[in-house]
Design a protein. Structure first.
Length: 278
């Protein structure tokens, strides 16, 4: 039976907040619910976010087939479909994957064998899910937001001439209004370098470099490569180059482009007049 996409469902945030409230009671009778709701939050997040990204990259009919095929196989959704959506592999040798498998094992014992769950087990599952949502947030949420950001800027900057500082303000304004739960700020990342914008997803950060067309695209990429090489724990970072261009965008960059596995390139076309008037 296919998933009912028209039914009103709890959001991942609602499920995780509910689990946190129950966990904080320390009541043994609530620990089973903490475990079930925590993992339900992760499943809901993948259902909503990963499949939305896949819909933008693949034939929707094929995505629907993938959704139906993996409906009872969340491991495959996480380790196979998530990398397709994010262009980032899920390392099955990592501590993150190991902790997920341990959380699933606890969940299965509690759900299918009626075993009483302890506070420590519930806390372990809850923290594991938080780590996964933080990781996915630094990837899937950013990819989705970049699509929306491109539309937002290209509509609002028609006929405008802006400098780099104004461009940074526009991007910060977008994130503060569209995703207020994300901490968007300018921040010093390494000595003598401050990112134009940092999106903070807890343990993971996305660094933005925002450039006008006066600077060569290749120079901006070299600058980002140098920055990445200097970062402490680079695996905790995503990079975004937001390049404003007056006139036509190169065809190869009309869509958001992934380079080297950790850098997204977004070209923003500055039109002199609304597209309908051209």
């Amino acid at each position: 039976m296919p998933e009912n996409e028209s039914a009103k469902l709890h959001t991942p945030n609602e499920l995780l907040l509910g689990a946190e409230k129950l966990l904080n009671t320390h009541e043994p009778k609530f620990m089973r619910s903490v475990i079930l709701e925590s993992l339900a939050a992760l499943e809901a997040y993948v259902q909503i976010t990963v499949f939305t990204l896949l819909d933008k990259k693949m034939d929707p009919l094929f995505v629907k087939w993938l959704k139906d095929k993996t409906r009872m196989d969340f491991d495959s959704r996480l380790n196979q479909l998530t990398p397709l959506a994010l262009n980032t592999p899920v390392d099955m040798a990592s501590s993150l994957w190991r902790e997920y498998k341990e959380a699933r094992e606890i969940r299965n014992k509690v759900a299918h064998h009626s075993r009483v769950a302890s506070y420590d087990e519930a806390s372990q599952v809850f923290e594991t899910v938080k780590k996964w949502l933080s990781y996915l947030g630094a990837n899937a949420e950013v990819d989705l937001s970049l699509i929306k950001l491109k539309v937002f800027l290209e509509k609002r900057l028609v006929g405008q001439s802006i400098n780099e500082g104004e461009a940074i303000e526009k991007v910060i304004d977008f994130y503060s209004k569209s995703q207020p739960f994300i901490d968007a700020k300018q921040e010093s990342v390494i000595k003598n370098y401050s990112a134009d914008l940092v999106l903070d997803f807890g343990d993971y950060k996305t660094l933005f470099e925002i450039k006008l067309s006066k600077r060569r695209f290749e120079e901006s990429l070299v600058q980002l490569e140098h920055l990445y090489s200097k970062l402490h724990n680079p695996d905790k970072y995503r990079l975004v180059l937001l390049q404003f261009v007056e006139g036509k965008i190169p065809e190869s960059f009309e869509q958001i482009t992934q380079i080297n596995g950790y850098t997204s390139v977004v070209f923003i076309e500055l039109q002199s007049q609304p597209i309908s008037d051209l």
